[in-house]
Unconditional design. Structure first.
Length: 112
């Protein structure tokens, strides 16, 4: 007999917050940019993200603030410079998204 799910105990509010953070194309692009940057560098400066993504600085700052607040990105300050990197949660989230995209791509390819 299948196990019944107690929906009252599910952390639905956490999922809602995560999907709200992920509901914008620019934020997804930021996450992927941080994911694909060489890990040896550790963090990416704001100016490099701005250049890499070709996004208005004010808009980029707004999206980064949402990603930081959502726990997917952190910004360790080193002096005057502000840099960003994925948190462990952010890394796992992007990795899961890539896995899902690859799975969908394979399914689409086999259905042709």
């Amino acid at each position: 007999m299948p196990k019944t799910i107690n929906f009252k105990k599910l952390p639905i509010d956490k999922y809602i917050r995560l999907y709200t953070v992920l509901s914008n194309e620019n934020r997804i692009r930021i996450l992927f940019a941080l994911y694909h940057d060489p890990p040896s560098q550790g963090t990416i400066p704001f100016s490099k993200l701005e250049e890499k993504l070709d996004v208005n600085p004010a808009l980029l700052a707004c999206h980064l603030k949402i990603l930081v607040h959502g726990g997917l990105v952190e910004n360790p300050r080193t002096g005057q410079r502000t840099s960003y990197r994925l948190t462990k949660k952010g890394y796992r989230t992007v990795k899961a998204m890539i896995k899902e995209l690859n799975l969908r791509r394979r399914r689409a390819h086999t259905q042709k």
